[in-house]
Design a protein around this ligand. Structure first.
Ligand code: PMP
Length: 432
């Protein structure tokens, strides 16, 4: 018997000594051995099958009016239910090519290196940072909410030299402030969040890309909560790296994250001295898998989530049918309608300047004396509707309502207004 087997046998025997004591002392040794072996074989799944998996799964239907995920319409759900085929099959590559063209349209870019990360928005954040930044590079992070904080954390993890400029929650940076910081720190990369979902701010983008390039810096923009619902023109605005998530305006299930890299970004990335810290997010590999590198042969990198690709393709097809400009206009008009309704109820918007309000995610100041948790719990219980509290720097200060993609409609806005009215009438005002 090979050594390994002998060892495992004696291990089984030793381990089972305790059990042996439970058996009758009169049983012969051979009998004990056999009985024990059977016991152990039977209990080779020492963890019993969980009873809870014997009952069918129940998933409630809800109005998903928080900052994400948003509701996934039946057409997109059904697309995801298509048969799974191989992640390297030619038909899958066709679907991936369709997705790339949809993302180019949504981002308004002709960048060939436009693809989708298999992961949520955070994966795309790390894909942008980990590829564009090497240890020792300077990174300037414009922090006006949680996403800047997280980007700074990610860049520090790969030993970048991180500088931050910090705006109070709800605030933005002027181009002059950004230029001053670029002159002072001379970073290799500037990180900026376009749609700050934690504070409800839509950061102006015009002119920032040009400023970055004046100082030989790349511009990385997080548009997870904004793209599709507010104008972004990647090429025109000279954004070097832009990413988003599938679960917001696109109304696809969470788990895929479109990203695009300018030629300037690719020049830096493909001339790196060191390999990116992550194999999974390495742009050389990803751009080959997504057919962006012009090479005829694609090499297996990871098993792409094909069902998620089907859904994403469908959501991009809906955006193409609707038209990007129409989608921007719809989100703006619905947001304005919603904001007016909130103000009529006596609620205060967290972002005072109308021009800086994110049309996809609205932040409402928690009304005096109310507990935000009671309000969100009430509307969930009574109206089957998700809205959420603040996040990061806005925690405890605001309620957040997302009306994105198919949820950006007057009827959804009315539903939230009704639910909030009801909550304010029924939730206790605290005694403070
Ligand atoms: N950036 C922004 C602006 C976001 O709103 C989110 C998600 N709330 C993320 C990044 C992270 O995305 P995910 O949760 O999909 O990882």
């Amino acid at each position: 018997m090979p050594l390994k087997k002998v060892r495992s046998h004696s291990l089984i025997f030793n381990l089972s000594q305790g059990l042996a004591d439970k058996h009758s002392r009169t049983t012969s040794l051979v009998g004990v051995r056999t009985a024990l072996h059977t016991d152990l074989a039977m209990s080779s799944s020492a963890v019993p099958p969980p009873e809870r998996l014997r009952t069918p799964m129940t998933v409630p239907r809800r109005h998903m009016f928080g900052p994400g995920p948003s509701n996934v319409p039946p057409r997109i759900l059904q697309a995801g239910a298509n048969p799974v085929i191989g992640h390297m099959h030619p038909e899958t590559f066709e679907i991936m090519a369709d997705i790339r063209s949809g993302v180019q349209y949504m981002f308004q870019t002709l960048n060939p290196v436009t693809l989708v990360v298999s992961g949520s928005g955070h994966a795309a954040m790390e894909c942008g940072i980990f590829n564009a930044v090497e240890a020792g590079d300077g990174v300037l992070v414009a922090v006006n909410g949680i996403w800047g904080e997280r980007a700074a954390d990610m860049a520090r993890r790969i030993d970048a030299v991180v500088h931050t400029i910090i705006a109070p929650p709800g605030g933005v940076f002027t181009n002059a402030e950004i230029e001053q910081a670029l002159i002072k720190h001379r970073p290799a990369l500037l990180f900026l969040t376009h749609g700050e979902s934690s504070t409800g701010v839509l950061h102006p983008l015009d002119g920032i890309g040009q400023l970055c390039h004046k100082y030989d810096c790349l511009l990385l923009v997080d548009s997870v909560a904004s793209v599709g619902g507010a104008p972004v023109r990647m090429d025109q605005q000279e954004i070097d790296i832009l990413y988003t998530g599938s679960q917001k305006v696109l109304n696809a299930p969470p788990g895929t994250a479109p990203i695009s890299f300018s030629e300037r970004a690719c020049r830096k990335i493909f001339k790196r001295r060191t390999k990116p810290v992550s194999f999974f997010l390495d742009l050389r590999w990803l751009s080959n898998y997504w057919g962006c590198d012009g090479k005829a042969a694609r090499v297996y990198h990871h098993t792409g989530p094909v069902s998620a690709f089907y859904s994403l393709r469908e959501s991009l097809a809906i955006l193409v049918e609707e038209g990007l400009e129409h989608s921007w206009k719809k989100h703006r008009e619905v947001a304005e309608y919603f904001h007016t309704g909130l103000e009529r109820m006596g609620l205060k918007l967290f972002v005072e300047d109308k021009a800086l309000r994110l049309p996809t995610v609205t932040t409402i100041v928690v009304p005096d004396g109310y507990d935000w948790k009671e309000i969100t719990a009430y509307v969930m219980k009574r109206h089957n509707l998700e809205i959420s509290g603040g996040l990061g720097p806005s925690a405890g200060m605001v309620l957040r309502v997302g009306l994105m993609g198919c949820n950006s409609s007057i009827s959804s806005a009315d539903m939230v207004l009704e639910a909030l009215k009801d909550a304010l009438a029924h939730c206790h005002k605290s005694k403070v």
